[in-house]
Design a protein around this ligand. Structure first.
Ligand SMILES: [Zn+2]
Length: 519
């Protein structure tokens, strides 16, 4: 019994090391009556239990370690082949098994160092076991429950020591991974299947050139021709060390309105520390219709990449003339491709995460004092850039032709100045009008608010249409008046009347002088 107790202690230590929680162990049952209960964070899996060792399970009371006596090869493994494999000199731990002749001998080795306290070595043994399974196994029920944790049961199991794995012929969905295999001693037990998946969040930087404010979020507004900064934040799975190698590829799709600024714009950090560019490859125009991929070297080989760490990639792209003005904006996505089977190869993907870039336009309609379209004018639009000294930069200058409507497309929020660069003959030039474009938007396709408001100089009123991203306004040219265009007919008439009075006064003076001369 001393012998088997040692075996069982080692096995117990082994599955703890494999991150399995032995939560309950019921008293001994008759053969074939045990149930293995597995809880997991995701549904849609099927687990399979293969008996590695058969024997007699015994547990004296709640405080004692369970034991397995009369150990033989179980029905789930090709025992002789497994024995040969464990002794194979190409395998790192072969020397420990050199003298083994029986299943009981192998169980005895598993009681000894290094297995008792070394999860990696027992993990290695489990890998060898997994390569020598028979077709005899028991499968779990489908996961029950409507939310995590989902419960799977495998019942009708005999006493013994079991290798339990995810059936990888069952295809699992996005944001999921196959569970690490487990070794489990029965009685009735509950275990927690261990699997974790990485996540990826895509964000875009929203910059207001006029105020200098900037913030990361799921949406932003920008000027056409702006270099827009993007950020991909990946959180690495917490079971990275369950994998021998780990594939990690960021997929990014920008859409027609954004041009990737190239590999030179990419920078990557691991928990805030810059990662050498020799640790990843940027692939532009890959075959899967993405804009580019960032393919990392085997994550297990990259220094400082650990369970749960943050890998952040930033890059820039230029908003181009194909950008959609207004809604639904310029949505773009990213997702992660990652190793999803710690027991083999294969990859899964995260659900794509969206970011949206919006841009707007201002439409200026030119009319005369009678609200009729007036040709012959041209406008210049400038934008204020905050810096050490604030600076006006020209957005666009029109040259006068027959147009009466002027569209400034691809505008960000910010502070603007509209001036009349050409004035129709016989009309007075408007006082330059300063105005603000303000907007709010969400990570979906909605511009929740779009407003234009004049703040200085002349006054204009904007009509907002988030659908096409437009702010429209009418600018009036008054004929023959020197007051600002907003003066309206009332003040213009007053002015003309005033001018007339001056003329009348002048005439009166001349008449008086003439009369004086005659006297
Ligand atoms: Zn891709």
């Amino acid at each position: 019994m001393k012998h088997t107790n040692r075996i069982l202690r080692a096995l117990a230590a082994g599955f703890c090391a494999l991150v399995l929680a032995l939560t309950t162990v019921a008293p001994a049952f008759a053969a074939g009556s045990h149930t293995l209960t597995i809880t997991a964070d995701t549904s849609g899996h099927t687990y399979e239990a293969y008996q590695v060792f058969s024997g007699d399970y015994y547990k004296k009371d709640d405080s004692s370690d369970p034991t397995l006596s009369n150990v033989e090869w179980g029905s789930g493994v090709k025992g002789e082949n497994l024995l040969v494999a464990l002794k194979d000199t190409r395998w790192s731990l072969h020397a420990l098994f050199t003298d083994c002749k029986t299943a009981a001998d192998v169980a005895e080795v598993l009681t000894s160092n290094p297995f008792a306290n070394n999860s990696a070595d027992l993990d290695a043994v489990a890998t060898v076991i997994g390569n020598h399974l028979t077709n005899t196994h028991s499968s779990s029920t489908s996961g029950t429950g409507t939310q995590a944790p989902f419960t799977y049961t495998i019942s009708g199991l005999d006493d013994g020591y079991y290798f339990v794995r995810d059936n990888t012929d069952v295809v699992i969905g996005n944001d999921d991974a196959y569970s690490k295999f487990m070794l489990q001693l029965l009685g009735d037990v509950s275990v927690e299947a261990k699997s974790d998946v990485p996540t990826l969040e895509k964000e875009v930087e929203d910059v207001n050139d006029s105020t200098g404010e900037a913030a990361w979020g799921p949406s932003a507004d920008q000027d056409i021709s702006d270099h827009v900064n993007f950020r991909l934040t990946a959180t690495v799975a917490t079971d990275l060390t369950s994998y021998d190698t780990y594939q990690f590829i960021m997929h990014d799709h920008l859409g027609d309105g954004l041009d990737f600024d190239g590999a030179g714009s990419v920078a990557v950090t691991v928990d805030g520390a810059l990662l050498g560019a020799n640790q990843y490859t940027v692939v532009s125009n890959p075959e899967d219709n993405c804009t580019f991929h960032i393919k990392f070297n085997d994550l297990r080989t990259i220094k400082n990449v650990e369970d749960g760490c943050k890998i952040v990639a930033t890059y820039s792209a230029t908003l181009n003339e194909h950008a959609v003005i207004g809604e639904p904006g310029n949505p773009n996505t990213a997702h992660l491709e990652y190793s999803n089977n710690p027991n083999g190869s294969g990859t899964g993907t995260t659900t794509p995460d969206n970011a949206v870039v919006f841009t707007y336009k201002t439409i200026i309609n030119k009319v005369d004092g009678n609200n009729q379209p007036l040709a012959g004018a041209a406008f210049t639009l400038e934008k204020l850039y905050k810096g050490e000294s604030n600076e006006w930069r020209t957005v666009k200058t029109f040259t006068a032709d027959g147009s009466t409507t002027f569209e400034f497309t691809g505008l960000d929020d910010g502070h603007y100045r509209l001036s009349e660069s050409t004035t129709p003959g016989g009309y007075n030039t408007i006082t330059p009008i300063e105005f603000d474009i303000t907007a709010t938007h969400d990570g979906g396709s909605q511009i929740t608010n779009l407003t234009g408001a004049s703040t200085k100089g002349g006054t204009i009123e904007f009509t907002s249409n988030p659908d096409d991203g437009s702010l429209s306004a009418t600018v009036v040219n008054q004929a023959g008046a020197t007051l600002p265009s907003t003066g309206g007919m009332g003040t213009t008439v007053l002015y003309i009347v005033g001018g007339t009075l001056v003329v009348v006064a002048g005439v009166a003076l001349v008449v008086k002088r003439r009369m004086a001369q005659k006297q």
